[in-house]
Each structure stands twice: as C-alpha cells, then as structure tokens.
Design a protein around this ligand. Structure first.
Ligand code: MEV
Length: 437
C-alpha cells in the first residue's frame, strides 16, 4: 500500500496512485490522506468526529473512498405561501444572506397572495445514439412502426414504476447532423412519477438499445438520460406590490434588469446564478442531484440559441411587479438518496410535498423569490450592504471573535465599510485590552 515513491535524489515523492484504497477502513484511509497532505492532528480529528446526522458507515455506503462527512449549514426560509399553502423551506448552502433574502422576498410576495405554480408531468428523456445507419429516414420509420413493442419492452424493466402510473410513454426519433455525419437519436419519454428517474430511464434505454441496433442495422453507442429535461418543467409566478418592493422606480429598475438579463448572456449567467442560489439550496437539502438540475437549467436557458434568463419581470397595469419563471426540474421525493440520507428525509418532511411535482414547483417558487431579492437589492442600494454585514460575522469569527464579540466586531466593520481580517483583529484586541486604548 505504498504511496511514497523514492526520487532519484533520494527524496520521497508522494504518489496518489494507491491501490486498494477502497478496501481500507475509513480510519486507515484518513491516516493515508493525513500523511499525504500533512494534515494536523486537529484536522484529522475534525474529519473523524462522528456526525449524528450521517454516521460514517452510512456515508461509506453512499460513495467510495470515504474519509469523513462535510457538514453544510441547513437553514429555513420562512414566509413562503405557494398556491395558498404555507411552507417552511429547508435550504443547505454555505453562502450568507441567501436564506434571509429568500424569506424577505417571500414576505413581500404574501401581500398579493404569494406564489402560484404549475408543472408538466414528470417526464424524463432517455437517449439512444445510433451511428452508421445507412438510410436514417428508413430506419426512423421502421422504429416508429415498432413504437408500441419498444415501449412495452422498456416497461417490462420497471413494473413498479408502471404500476404507479409511470413508465415509458412515448418514443421519438431525430436525425442530427454531426461532424461525424448523420446520427439517429432515439428518445424514450419516461414518466418517472415521484422519482428523479435516472436509474429507471437508464435501465430502459439500455434494455431497448439492442432492438434499436437490430432494426436500424446501425451501431448503438450511448444509452443515457438527458439532463435537458424539457418535458419536466416547473413554473412559478408572483405579483409583488409596488410599495412593498420600494416604489415605482424600483419596479421600473427591476423590469430594466430583467430586460438586460434576457438580452445579454453575461448578465443572464449571473441572474440565473441568483435563481440557482435558491433552487440548488433546496435541491441539496433534499439530497436530490443538484448537478442534474443545474445542467438542465443552463441548457434550458440556451434553448433558443443564445443563453438567456430563466425568469422574467414585468409591470402590470396597477404598477405592480409580475415575475415568472420556468425551468426543468428533475427532482424526486423517492429513490436516490432522498430517503436514505436522514437529514434529506427530514428536509422533505419539513417541506411536506406530497409528490415530486409539488416539490419541483416549490423549488421553482424559491428560485423566483431568490431572483426577486437579488434584483430588488441590485435595483436599489446594491447587494454589498446586506452581504457585508453577514460576511462581517464570518470574518469576525475567523479573526478569533466569540460570543457577543462577533456581532460587535461585525457591526463596527460593516459600518466602517472595512470588512477585513486585519481590522477584525484590531477590534478584537481593542475589545480584550480596553485600557490600552
Ligand atoms: C450572488 O450570489 C447572486 C447575485 O449576483 C444574483 C444577481 O446578480 O442577480 C446577487
């Protein structure tokens, strides 16, 4: 199990090539990492300190080569009213001010009835790539002729999903031009019900792929879900009273900001990042696959050929602000880790969503709220004031403040607009030795 290779000059060059790392216990793995990266005893201890919420043996079964767990703050966004129902929203995120901002926006939304949502059926797309097809049009027709049999074959592989009302519902074929010539893409549309569905979809496309190869006489290569979940969309909209958002000028500024994001990919990326601050925090809290949601969101934002915004803000005839969002939402309330991770289970219980669609709609509403909070701040005083006062607390803690001192130091730094480690240290020193001042 050596990971130190002797160099020519006799020194030891550490190698990350460690065979059988996965076979070791967590403690042994940690020891190796400690030596490799020269971790201190304290750092090793922090990695090893048992988490009541995610026991090491559970974590060890979730992924490979586990050496510890990484706790993230889990907070609750308050004030959300969605389709007339009140929700508390668990959000797992490391960025300060996101949860406060979402709660604030949700409070503004309540004045005019809160958020309204809708969604499509929970349909995911599985793709089968087929190359070297002599006559793609003929092959396409042959596949479509056999659609019913192919769907039946796919559904044989997930009777549970079928009995819950889901399963492969449709099949479509596209011919695409690529730099390697024409390709046939067969797409299975699978209703995943309350699961995110990657396993079900991947199993089905793998199951029908040999049939596709036989029918087309081509070569099937990839068989995998698409994260551009255009058939599984969540939508939310909201009316925000002009006075609660800060008056007509702010409404106008937010409408201008929305037009900016719609027209310019550089702004759209940041605008959408603000939406994803909320979306991903809930997706993470419920242990859904946030990479899938994020990939889908960005691909969807580019669906018209140029990257644009996922949300839009307009002014209505009363001068109030009207916001809407539409985005792919591949999340589940069963399957994956949602029921395995104890905290994810609790997070789902706190939200209380009865289905994956409801969860997706709640997440879309949180994304819209997060977007509103960011635009409101940007359209008015800028985001730094709010951001800095929260960031100041972290700087104060990092500089060594504890207890009441954290808020005292943070407040002074924020007021002075000097949120810096050196200033925090000075203030702590002044606090500890007042007679020297
Ligand atoms: C920061 O995390 C998110 C914002 O940049 C979003 C935006 O600019 O709309 C404030």
């Amino acid at each position: 199990m050596g990971y130190c290779n002797a160099t020519k000059d006799g020194g030891n060059l550490k190698s990350s090539e460690i065979s059988g790392f996965y076979k070791l216990g967590i403690n042994e793995r940690r020891k190796i990492v400690k030596d490799f990266s020269e971790l201190t005893d304290e750092e090793e201890w922090l990695l090893s300190s048992p988490s009541d919420s995610l026991a090491p043996d559970k974590a060890d079964r979730m992924i490979e080569n586990v050496i510890g767990v990484l706790p993230l703050p889990l907070g609750i966004a308050t004030n959300f009213k969605i389709n007339g129902k009140d929700y508390l929203i668990p959000m797992a995120i490391e960025e300060a001010s996101v949860i406060a901002a979402a709660s604030h926006a949700a409070k503004m939304a309540r004045l005019k009835g809160g958020f309204h949502t809708s969604s499509t059926e929970p349909i995911m797309i599985g793709q089968i790539q087929c190359v070297n097809v002599k006559d793609p049009l003929l092959a396409m027709n042959a596949i479509l002729q056999l659609k019913a049999a192919l769907l039946k074959r796919a559904n044989e592989f997930d009777p549970l999903l079928v009995s819950a009302g889901g399963g492969a519902k449709d099949l479509r074929v596209r011919i695409i031009e690529t730099k390697r010539g024409k390709m046939l893409v067969v797409e299975l549309l699978v209703d995943c019900r309350d699961a995110m569905g990657a396993n079900a979809v991947n199993t089905m496309v793998e199951a029908v792929a040999p049939e596709i190869a036989r029918i087309t006489k081509g070569r099937v290569i990839l068989r995998i879900i698409s994260n551009l979940a255009t058939e599984r969309l969540a939508r939310a909209w909201v009316i925000i009273d002009k006075n609660s958002v800060g008056g007509e000028l702010i409404v106008d500024n937010i409408v201008e900001a929305s037009a900016f994001a719609a027209a310019d990919p550089y702004r759209a990326a940041t605008h959408n990042k603000g939406i994803l601050n909320g979306v991903i925090a809930v997706v993470t809290a419920t242990c859904n696959d946030h990479r899938a949601v994020e990939a889908g969101a960005h691909a969807y934002a580019s669906r018209n050929g140029s990257y644009s915004s996922l949300s839009s803000w307009e002014k209505n005839s009363e001068g109030d602000l009207v916001g809407s969002i539409e985005m792919p939402m591949a999340v589940g309330t069963i399957g994956g880790l949602t029921k395995v991770h104890p905290i994810a289970r609790i997070a789902l219980k706190i939200i209380g969503a009865k289905s994956a669609r409801e969860l997706g709609e709640v997440i879309a509403a949180v994304g819209l709220a997060q977007n509103l909070a960011a635009l409101r701040a940007l359209a008015d005083e800028g985001i730094q004031r709010g951001h800095m006062s929260l960031h100041a607390r972290n700087v104060a803690i990092m500089a060594g403040a504890s207890g009441n001192m954290v808020d005292e130091v943070a407040e002074i730094m924020a007021k002075e607009n000097k949120v810096r480690m050196d200033r925090a240290k000075e203030l702590i020193q002044e606090h500890n030795n007042p007679e020297k001042q």
